[in-house]
Design a protein around this ligand. Structure first.
Ligand code: BES
Ligand code: ZN
Ligand code: ZN
Length: 495
């Protein structure tokens, strides 16, 4: 799908569909665009009650007057004063999804009075909305046909004026779609080794350095927590390291590390999961995929801070050599861990990746992980759960998430919760008690992250949609990519 800016007047455009936002009407003002009024169509539509301007509502007029476009489309923007870049992103996605299934191949979306961040958001929305989880459907009828082109129409704007905003939206959304492609892959195809290949390919194309540690290298270092998880699988584990260094503009001694949970399949191990719904555990590498996607965008957008992505990747299987409940492993940090439940594996691989990141110079850590079912209970499918050992750093991560339009909500980490983590035989157990499961998981990670400023994002509830939304296909969402990228771009020296 070609994405571009159109600077010509609306009547000079001839896409399959020319789309406008219309807002929920108030009594004093009408926001209906001139061209839609010219056709005399919108008042009738409003009067009939078929279109009220509600968010994401869509109405289509064929062969409109006063334009060469084949269709005029109005899309509801909701209340005008509530229309932010989040609504711009989502409506743009909803527009693409609604029209592509109707055979529309080219869209121009009018965005005449909006600032550059709306252009970025609308471009992101369109590219994200165009994505579908239909790679493995062989019948072309079962596949969504992609659009040829999507334009933002800003009549009278200078050629090139909004190009950087468009380009930025393109880079971010394509990177987020790379993340979704990876998460969508089934676990028979996307093994840890295949994830290494995907990361290497991305790195080569983006101009990043990529190193991998294999099982022997990790054994030499003493990554007992990570290796314990992987030992039941015939597919060997890896730790992927992706490095971005800014050029001459480097200003700070900071070094941001992004760490992503890369369990390519989570059976639960010997503490096996129920078979119902287990197929979804192919998305247990969504944190890893988010780091890989974010590093791609970072390579292109070149923030001022060095960023390294750490991706521990394993398969959590049952087998003759699998880890048992009660096993005690020694993590890279030297701490011993009693593995009371082999299904709490994400924290074990992250513990060693976090220690490794610290040893390699990370001054700030952010991890993303499909870590706990408990976060789905707590926050549902709408908010990422956030945890920290440093409120100031979390403030920056939350601000970045807000800018990026990824809802994120802090959960508490009072010292009391740490007492849930008591092992009779080792330094730490890998699970707490029955309650506060997402918090004890975060506390486990914190035992390895401290004292480095660290934020943990639990994306178990937000990385996968069982039902699609108007603006997003069902399946992988690519959550955390935009927050990661925004955090790096917003970076100001903190010491
Ligand atoms: N990968 C799961 C968490 C998960 C659950 C992700 C649902 C996505 C959707 C994780 O490894 C896990 O199994 N966690 C356990 C921890 C428990 C054993 C303490 C859980 O949440 O049940
Ligand atoms: Zn698990
Ligand atoms: Zn898991």
């Amino acid at each position: 799908m070609q994405v571009q800016i159109e600077t010509a007047p609306f009547d000079k455009l001839s896409p399959d569909a020319l789309a406008f936002f219309c807002f929920e009407p108030d009594t004093t003002e009408t926001h209906d665009p001139e061209i839609a009024q010219q056709s005399g169509w919108l008042p009738d539509l409003r009067e009939s009650g078929e279109f009220t301007g509600k968010l994401y509502e869509i109405a289509i007029l064929h062969r409109p007057q006063g334009t060469a476009a084949k269709r005029l489309v109005v899309i509801g923007g909701g209340k005008r004063e509530k229309f932010s870049s989040i609504e711009a992103r989502n409506s743009s996605g909803a527009l693409v999804r609604a029209l592509k299934s109707k055979g529309v191949r080219s869209i121009a979306l009018a965005l005449d009075t909006h600032p550059a961040e709306f252009v970025t958001a609308a471009v992101e929305g369109a590219i994200l909305g165009a994505w579908d989880a239909d790679k493995y459907k062989s019948d072309p009828k079962a596949k969504e046909k992609p659009l040829d082109s999507f334009a933002i129409a800003i009549p009278g704007s200078k050629a090139g004026e909004f190009q950087p905003a468009l380009r930025r939206g393109e880079i971010i959304a394509e990177s987020q779609n790379l993340t979704r492609d990876l998460v969508n892959e089934p676990a028979n195809r996307l093994t840890p080794a295949a994830l290494v290949e995907a990361a290497k390919q991305m790195a080569a194309a983006a101009g990043l350095e990529c190193e991998t540690l294999d099982r022997d290298a990790m054994a030499k270092l003493g990554m007992g927590a990570l290796l314990g998880v992987s030992q039941g699988s015939a597919n060997p584990p890896f730790l992927i390291v992706l490095k971005y260094q800014p050029g001459a503009q480097r200003k700070t001694g900071d070094h941001l590390a992004l760490v992503g949970k890369g369990v390519t399949f989570d059976t639960g191990g010997v503490s096996i999961k129920p078979s119902e719904g287990m197929e979804k555990m192919k998305y247990d590498m969504a944190g890893a995929a988010a780091v890989i996607g974010a590093m791609r965008a970072i390579a292109d957008l070149k923030p001022a801070v060095p960023v390294t992505g750490y991706v521990p990747t394993v398969e959590n299987m049952v087998g003759g050599n699998a880890q048992r409940p009660g096993d005690i492993v020694t993590a890279l940090s030297g701490k011993t861990v009693e593995v009371l439940n082999t299904d709490a594996e994400g924290r074990l691989i992250l513990a060693d990746a976090i220690t490794y990141a610290k040893r390699n110079g990370a001054t700030h850590l952010v991890d993303a992980a499909t870590l706990t079912g408990a976060i789905v209970v707590a926050l549902g499918h709408y908010n990422v759960g956030a945890f920290t050992n440093n409120e100031a750093f979390l403030g920056r991560v939350l601000a970045a998430s807000r800018t990026a339009g990824e809802k994120t909500w802090q959960l508490p980490m009072d010292d009391e919760y740490k007492d849930y983590l008591k092992s009779a035989f080792a330094d730490l157990p890998n699970i707490g008690g029955r309650y506060g499961g997402s918090i004890t998981a975060a506390w486990f990670l914190r035992e390895f992250a401290d004292p480095t400023p660290w934020v943990h994002l639990d994306i178990a509830g937000t990385a996968w949609l069982d039902d699609g939304r108007a603006w997003l296909s069902k399946g992988p969402t690519g959550v955390a990519v935009r927050s990661f990228v925004q955090l790096a771009l917003d970076w100001q020296a903190s010491r």
